[in-house]
Design a protein around this ligand. Structure first.
Ligand code: GUN
Length: 626
């Protein structure tokens, strides 16, 4: 069971339920070697550890450990009563080639000792595998998943393999999502992580995420270096494991969120370090080896949880992209990977939220490929290519957020058939979207190249020399129509908001507030992002215009939703896959009758993936008493 709570693009915070309690994601499972205990469980818990991972292969082949695990259980052996994941021995086969156990007995052992998440014996696909060899490994790994028929309380982890081949990663993600798996580690990536091939990891992770079931946590095997965690989460990774906190400590290296440093070359510890105030750097350098390793491991685990905390907060504030963008400049390998992400902007766009709680940061040309900007560009390009009448650009100085248009502009606008555009970071944006995310909700450097083609079809003459038309156009009504078009994907907004509509606006700021028809409110424009929330009357009108933007729910749920209660995932019968997270949705019963209107918590294509949690925050039900 995986319950999403908040999201930021592909990143989410969620709760994953296991037999020994829940794990708040994103999260990391520190690797515990049952033979070598570097830190105490209590110390690790104090730093934030909720769950851990250990290796069933090592336990099984070490007689003393096996005996304790079989008599007192895995949790008794480790001395931890929270969620424990076990790995299968695949990684050992990657390092030492063949191992002596088969898949079925490997999983049976994990189940017998009471593992919360047990891993099948997958085939580690090395980056240098040929495509054919990697495909064989993907298919064999999937076949092994089918060998597990009765996992009991143990959640089955079915690794996604496929080496560096995007098509194989996609295939493996689909294959491993089907069947008995409840948890999806992305495997075969340690060599890429060790060699800083974060750009290749971007391909691996995006393809794994876009083709797997989002209702199952996606785990990056071995990806616990804080430097790459933010980027991984941005691309949809929910879980990490890592032995790096100990490995680096043994090498006298300290982990930081932007890399690692040699203990012998630093002069200060960061203030958040668990060692800060207890030791000077010199004192740590002078500790005996074992004690030094122990202390550095404490610091390193602290660095990992420190970073995790920041990532979670960024998801909450919906600023993870900005965080990753900023971080990407801390290392060339990260920057290369960041640029690679932007090549996927088009693919990420459908999963991008309608708007964010925080303003959009526009840095430079690269920001043009952010999914939110791609969405806007696609809309504007479509508009411009379909426009038959006159088109004009307003000067950049004509408008800025919070300032009203001049009386002159208003008079001209109302009497001309010209389509007016702002040049927004070199992107033509219809003037009517000037209050809508991300056009206004923006912090910009103002530094970007003007790439306008000389043969741009747009005439940028003065708005004042327009031919006057007979029809009067009302900027406020046109704004309502344009926002509606952008928000709901229509070519025309007049069917939703006909000429008789009355649009109210603030006298002080000029912002539009609400649209009324025959005295009834159809929708209100939200101050924070410039998009509509619909009333039931508005929802009814939208219902008559399209069969999109709908989810249908079971009988059990219908009576509650009609009264204005939220929609839970488990009651959804069907959902329009085109629903954008954060957008308005129409909730209907199985026969298509409108029950309620509210806001989608996840994209339409993920609506059917979860069994727990709120899918739609309902604002109003059709029951008049709601
Ligand atoms: N640990 C690191 N990589 C892997 C992998 O690909 N599979 C398994 N089972 N464990 C791993």
């Amino acid at each position: 069971m995986f319950e999403p709570l908040s999201r930021d693009g592909l990143a989410k915070t969620a709760v994953f339920y296991t037999a020994h309690g829940k794990i708040n994601t994103p999260n990391i499972l520190p690797v515990i070697n049952p033979n070598i205990r570097t830190l105490k469980i209590s110390e690790m818990k104090r730093l934030g550890m909720e769950a851990l991972i250990t290796n069933s292969y090592i336990i099984r082949r070490t007689e003393k450990l096996r005996e304790i695990a079989e008599s007192s259980g895995l949790h008794g052996l480790i001395g931890f009563d929270g969620p424990i994941m076990t790995d299968s021995g695949t990684f050992q086969s990657h390092v030492y080639s063949e191992i002596e156990y088969d898949n079925i007995s490997t999983f049976e052992f994990q189940k017998r000792i009471g593992s919360d998440i047990g891993t099948i014996l997958d085939i580690f696909t090395e980056p240098n595998f040929t495509w054919n060899k990697a495909k064989e490994a993907v298919l064999e790994t999937r076949r092994r998943l089918d060998e597990i028929t009765d996992p009991g309380k143990t959640i089955v982890a079915g690794p996604i393999q496929g080496s560096i081949y995007s098509d194989l990663r996609s295939m493996s993600a689909e294959l491993m999502s089907s069947g008995i798996s409840g948890y999806l580690p992305v495997g075969g990536v340690v060599p890429l992580l060790e060699n800083y091939r974060y750009d290749m990891l971007v391909d691996v992770i995006i393809n794994s995420r876009l083709h797997s079931d989002p209702g199952k946590p996606l785990h990056l095997f071995g990806g616990g270096h804080p430097m790459f965690m933010g980027m991984s989460v941005l691309l949809g990774i929910d879980m990490f494991d890592s032995a790096s906190y100990v490995k680096y400590a043994r090498d006298d290296r300290i982990l930081l969120s932007d890399g690692s440093r040699d203990l012998n070359r630093i002069s200060l510890l960061p203030w958040w370090s668990p060692l800060y105030g207890k030791f000077t750097v010199k004192e740590i350098q002078d500790l005996p080896k074992e004690e030094r390793t122990r202390n550095l491991a404490l610091h390193n685990l602290g660095a990992i949880f420190n970073e995790l905390n920041e990532i979670r907060e960024r998801i909450h504030e919906q600023t993870l992209w900005q965080y990753v963008e900023g971080r990407s400049r801390s290392h060339p390998a990260l920057y290369r990977a960041y640029r690679r992400i932007l090549e996927y902007g088009e693919m990420l766009e459908p999963l991008e939220d309608l708007s964010k709680k925080s303003p959009f940061f526009f840095f430079d040309e690269l920001s043009r490929n952010h999914p939110a900007v791609i969405r806007l560009r696609k809309f504007s390009d479509g508009m411009i290519s379909s426009l038959k009448g006159k088109v004009k650009f307003l000067d950049q100085g004509d408008w800025h957020p919070g300032r009203q248009h001049s009386a002159e502009f208003m008079a001209n606008y109302s009497r001309s058939d010209t389509a007016y555009f702002h040049r927004w970071h070199d992107i033509p944006v219809p003037v009517e979207l000037e209050e809508t995310f991300p056009v206004e909700q923006l912090v910009t450097t103002g530094v970007f190249e003007d790439n306008t083609e000389p043969d741009d079809p747009v005439d940028s003459g003065s708005p004042m020399d327009d031919a006057l038309s007979g029809d009067m156009k009302d900027l406020y009504l046109e704004k309502a129509r344009m926002i509606f078009r952008y928000q709901f994907g229509f070519n025309d907004g007049s069917a939703m908001f006909p000429d008789q509509c009355e649009v109210t606006h603030s006298r002080k700021t000029g912002r539009i507030r609400g649209v009324f028809l025959d005295g009834s409110l159809l929708g209100t424009v939200r101050a924070h992002d410039g998009f509509f929330t619909l009333s039931i009357k508005g929802a009814e009108r939208l219902m008559n215009l399209t069969d999109r933007h709908r989810i249908s729910v079971s009988e059990e749920s219908a009576e509650f939703n009609r009264k204005g209660f939220n929609v839970f995932f488990k009651f959804i019968l069907s959902a329009d896959p085109g629903i954008v997270a954060g957008n308005e949705v129409l909730v209907t019963d199985h026969s298509g009758e409108l029950l309620a209107v509210g806001r989608a918590n996840v994209p339409g294509r993920e609506m059917m993936s979860y069994r727990r949690g709120v899918a739609v925050r309902v604002r109003a039900g059709t029951d008049p008493s709601s």
